[in-house]
Design a protein around this ligand. Structure first.
Ligand code: COA
Length: 179
Protein backbone atom coordinates (compact mmCIF):
# COMPACT_ATOMS: atom_id res chain seq x y z
CA UNK A 1 0.00 0.00 0.00
CA UNK A 2 1.20 3.47 -0.89
CA UNK A 3 0.25 6.75 0.82
CA UNK A 4 0.58 9.80 -1.39
CA UNK A 5 -0.87 13.26 -1.93
CA UNK A 6 -4.00 13.18 -4.06
CA UNK A 7 -4.07 14.75 -7.52
CA UNK A 8 -7.00 16.31 -9.36
CA UNK A 9 -7.41 13.06 -11.30
CA UNK A 10 -7.96 11.14 -8.01
CA UNK A 11 -11.02 13.20 -7.07
CA UNK A 12 -13.64 10.77 -8.39
CA UNK A 13 -12.01 7.78 -6.67
CA UNK A 14 -11.46 9.46 -3.34
CA UNK A 15 -15.03 10.76 -3.25
CA UNK A 16 -16.15 7.20 -3.92
CA UNK A 17 -14.24 6.06 -0.82
CA UNK A 18 -15.91 8.80 1.24
CA UNK A 19 -19.33 7.78 -0.08
CA UNK A 20 -18.80 4.10 0.71
CA UNK A 21 -17.20 4.65 4.11
CA UNK A 22 -19.88 7.01 5.41
CA UNK A 23 -22.79 5.11 3.91
CA UNK A 24 -26.09 6.04 2.29
CA UNK A 25 -27.21 8.69 4.75
CA UNK A 26 -24.02 10.51 5.69
CA UNK A 27 -22.05 9.73 2.50
CA UNK A 28 -23.61 12.37 0.23
CA UNK A 29 -23.12 15.05 2.93
CA UNK A 30 -19.44 14.16 3.29
CA UNK A 31 -18.93 14.06 -0.49
CA UNK A 32 -20.34 17.57 -0.71
CA UNK A 33 -18.15 18.68 2.19
CA UNK A 34 -14.94 17.32 0.64
CA UNK A 35 -15.79 18.69 -2.83
CA UNK A 36 -16.44 22.08 -1.26
CA UNK A 37 -13.24 22.09 0.78
CA UNK A 38 -11.12 21.42 -2.31
CA UNK A 39 -12.32 24.70 -3.84
CA UNK A 40 -12.63 26.77 -0.66
CA UNK A 41 -9.77 29.32 -0.58
CA UNK A 42 -10.08 29.59 3.22
CA UNK A 43 -9.29 25.83 3.51
CA UNK A 44 -5.87 26.30 1.95
CA UNK A 45 -3.18 25.26 2.20
CA UNK A 46 -4.69 21.81 2.60
CA UNK A 47 -3.17 18.37 2.76
CA UNK A 48 -5.08 15.59 1.01
CA UNK A 49 -3.60 12.09 1.20
CA UNK A 50 -4.85 8.87 -0.32
CA UNK A 51 -4.01 5.25 0.38
CA UNK A 52 -3.58 3.25 -2.82
CA UNK A 53 -3.47 -0.51 -3.09
CA UNK A 54 -3.04 -2.21 -6.48
CA UNK A 55 -3.92 1.05 -8.24
CA UNK A 56 -7.14 1.35 -6.23
CA UNK A 57 -7.87 4.20 -3.83
CA UNK A 58 -8.86 2.62 -0.51
CA UNK A 59 -8.50 5.52 1.92
CA UNK A 60 -8.53 9.30 2.12
CA UNK A 61 -7.65 11.90 4.75
CA UNK A 62 -8.01 15.64 4.52
CA UNK A 63 -6.42 18.36 6.65
CA UNK A 64 -7.55 21.95 6.05
CA UNK A 65 -6.37 25.27 7.38
CA UNK A 66 -7.57 26.44 10.78
CA UNK A 67 -6.48 29.07 13.24
CA UNK A 68 -6.95 30.09 16.83
CA UNK A 69 -8.98 33.25 17.38
CA UNK A 70 -6.56 34.85 19.84
CA UNK A 71 -3.34 33.48 18.34
CA UNK A 72 -3.77 33.76 14.58
CA UNK A 73 -0.07 33.35 13.88
CA UNK A 74 -0.02 29.78 15.25
CA UNK A 75 -0.31 27.50 12.20
CA UNK A 76 -3.07 24.95 12.71
CA UNK A 77 -5.13 22.47 10.69
CA UNK A 78 -8.33 20.53 11.14
CA UNK A 79 -8.47 16.84 10.26
CA UNK A 80 -11.79 16.12 8.50
CA UNK A 81 -12.75 13.74 7.16
CA UNK A 82 -10.94 10.40 7.36
CA UNK A 83 -12.40 7.52 5.39
CA UNK A 84 -11.38 3.97 4.54
CA UNK A 85 -13.29 1.81 2.04
CA UNK A 86 -15.42 -0.71 3.99
CA UNK A 87 -13.57 -3.80 2.69
CA UNK A 88 -10.20 -2.28 3.70
CA UNK A 89 -11.18 -1.24 7.24
CA UNK A 90 -9.54 -2.67 10.34
CA UNK A 91 -6.18 -3.28 8.60
CA UNK A 92 -4.34 -0.18 9.72
CA UNK A 93 -5.06 1.95 6.64
CA UNK A 94 -6.75 4.74 8.63
CA UNK A 95 -3.90 4.72 11.14
CA UNK A 96 -1.30 4.96 8.37
CA UNK A 97 -3.08 7.92 6.81
CA UNK A 98 -3.18 9.73 10.16
CA UNK A 99 0.47 8.99 10.95
CA UNK A 100 1.75 9.93 7.49
CA UNK A 101 -0.32 13.13 7.57
CA UNK A 102 1.11 14.12 10.95
CA UNK A 103 4.68 13.57 9.70
CA UNK A 104 4.10 15.73 6.62
CA UNK A 105 2.40 18.46 8.64
CA UNK A 106 5.21 18.59 11.19
CA UNK A 107 7.65 19.01 8.30
CA UNK A 108 5.56 21.94 7.05
CA UNK A 109 5.72 23.65 10.48
CA UNK A 110 2.09 23.11 11.48
CA UNK A 111 1.90 23.46 15.27
CA UNK A 112 -1.58 22.15 16.12
CA UNK A 113 -3.91 19.56 14.60
CA UNK A 114 -7.57 19.44 15.64
CA UNK A 115 -10.17 16.76 15.01
CA UNK A 116 -13.77 16.09 15.92
CA UNK A 117 -13.95 12.31 15.89
CA UNK A 118 -14.15 9.03 17.72
CA UNK A 119 -12.59 9.48 21.20
CA UNK A 120 -11.52 5.81 21.19
CA UNK A 121 -9.72 6.08 17.86
CA UNK A 122 -7.72 9.30 17.63
CA UNK A 123 -5.98 9.07 21.05
CA UNK A 124 -4.13 6.04 19.59
CA UNK A 125 -2.46 8.56 17.33
CA UNK A 126 -1.60 11.15 19.95
CA UNK A 127 -4.76 13.24 20.15
CA UNK A 128 -6.08 14.55 23.51
CA UNK A 129 -9.38 16.16 24.51
CA UNK A 130 -9.02 19.77 23.36
CA UNK A 131 -11.66 21.53 25.49
CA UNK A 132 -9.80 20.85 28.74
CA UNK A 133 -6.64 22.18 27.14
CA UNK A 134 -8.20 25.56 26.36
CA UNK A 135 -9.40 25.12 22.77
CA UNK A 136 -13.02 25.89 22.01
CA UNK A 137 -14.53 24.22 18.92
CA UNK A 138 -16.05 26.37 16.15
CA UNK A 139 -19.50 25.34 17.45
CA UNK A 140 -20.31 24.20 21.00
CA UNK A 141 -19.76 20.46 21.57
CA UNK A 142 -22.32 18.92 24.01
CA UNK A 143 -20.78 17.96 27.37
CA UNK A 144 -21.56 14.25 26.96
CA UNK A 145 -19.38 14.05 23.80
CA UNK A 146 -16.85 16.72 24.78
CA UNK A 147 -13.94 14.26 24.45
CA UNK A 148 -14.64 13.90 20.71
CA UNK A 149 -13.09 17.35 20.20
CA UNK A 150 -9.35 16.67 20.22
CA UNK A 151 -6.00 18.28 19.59
CA UNK A 152 -2.40 17.28 19.09
CA UNK A 153 0.67 19.50 19.11
CA UNK A 154 3.39 18.93 16.53
CA UNK A 155 5.81 21.36 18.14
CA UNK A 156 6.81 21.27 21.80
CA UNK A 157 5.20 23.54 24.39
CA UNK A 158 2.44 24.94 22.17
CA UNK A 159 -0.34 23.46 24.31
CA UNK A 160 -0.45 25.51 27.48
CA UNK A 161 0.90 28.63 25.82
CA UNK A 162 -1.95 29.08 23.33
CA UNK A 163 -5.73 28.95 23.80
CA UNK A 164 -8.94 30.25 22.25
CA UNK A 165 -11.65 29.43 19.79
CA UNK A 166 -10.65 27.41 16.74
CA UNK A 167 -11.79 28.91 13.46
CA UNK A 168 -12.11 26.58 10.49
CA UNK A 169 -12.55 26.93 6.72
CA UNK A 170 -15.80 28.55 5.52
CA UNK A 171 -17.18 25.32 4.06
CA UNK A 172 -16.77 23.55 7.42
CA UNK A 173 -18.15 26.46 9.35
CA UNK A 174 -21.74 25.19 9.62
CA UNK A 175 -23.32 23.70 12.75
CA UNK A 176 -24.34 20.45 10.98
CA UNK A 177 -20.68 19.40 10.78
CA UNK A 178 -20.19 19.89 14.53
CA UNK A 179 -22.90 17.70 16.00
C1 COA B 1 -12.80 5.20 11.27
C2 COA B 1 -11.99 4.62 10.10
C3 COA B 1 -11.40 5.76 9.30
C4 COA B 1 -10.85 3.77 10.69
O1 COA B 1 -10.04 3.30 9.62
P1 COA B 1 -9.43 1.82 9.68
O2 COA B 1 -8.45 1.69 8.58
O3 COA B 1 -10.54 0.85 9.71
O4 COA B 1 -8.73 1.87 11.11
P2 COA B 1 -7.39 1.16 11.57
O5 COA B 1 -7.28 -0.16 10.86
O6 COA B 1 -6.28 2.10 11.49
O7 COA B 1 -7.71 0.91 13.10
C5 COA B 1 -8.62 -0.08 13.44
C6 COA B 1 -8.98 0.07 14.88
O8 COA B 1 -9.76 1.25 15.05
C7 COA B 1 -10.99 0.92 15.65
N1 COA B 1 -12.04 1.74 15.10
C8 COA B 1 -12.47 1.78 13.84
N2 COA B 1 -13.53 2.61 13.74
C9 COA B 1 -13.74 3.10 14.98
C10 COA B 1 -14.69 3.97 15.54
N3 COA B 1 -15.66 4.49 14.79
N4 COA B 1 -14.60 4.26 16.86
C11 COA B 1 -13.65 3.72 17.63
N5 COA B 1 -12.72 2.85 17.17
C12 COA B 1 -12.78 2.55 15.86
C13 COA B 1 -11.23 -0.54 15.29
O9 COA B 1 -12.09 -1.13 16.22
C14 COA B 1 -9.83 -1.11 15.37
O10 COA B 1 -9.51 -1.39 16.70
P3 COA B 1 -8.49 -2.58 17.09
O11 COA B 1 -7.16 -2.19 16.51
O12 COA B 1 -8.50 -2.55 18.58
O13 COA B 1 -9.07 -3.80 16.47
C15 COA B 1 -12.86 3.72 9.20
O14 COA B 1 -13.44 2.72 9.96
C16 COA B 1 -13.96 4.48 8.45
O15 COA B 1 -13.76 4.95 7.34
N6 COA B 1 -15.14 4.55 9.07
C17 COA B 1 -16.29 5.22 8.45
C18 COA B 1 -16.09 6.70 8.34
C19 COA B 1 -15.72 7.35 9.67
O16 COA B 1 -16.38 7.11 10.68
N7 COA B 1 -14.66 8.18 9.64
C20 COA B 1 -14.11 8.79 10.82
C21 COA B 1 -14.67 10.11 11.04
S1 COA B 1 -14.00 10.79 12.52
Amino acid sequence: MQIRESKKTDLHDLLDVERQAFGKEEGPVIVELVSGLFVDPTAKPLLSLIAVNNDRVIGHILFTKAHISLNKSVPAVLLAPLAVAPEAQGKGVGGKLVEEGLIMLSESEIALVFVLGHPDYYPRHGFKPAGKLGFEAPYPIPDEVADAWMVQELRPDIIGSVSGKVLCANVLNHPEYWR
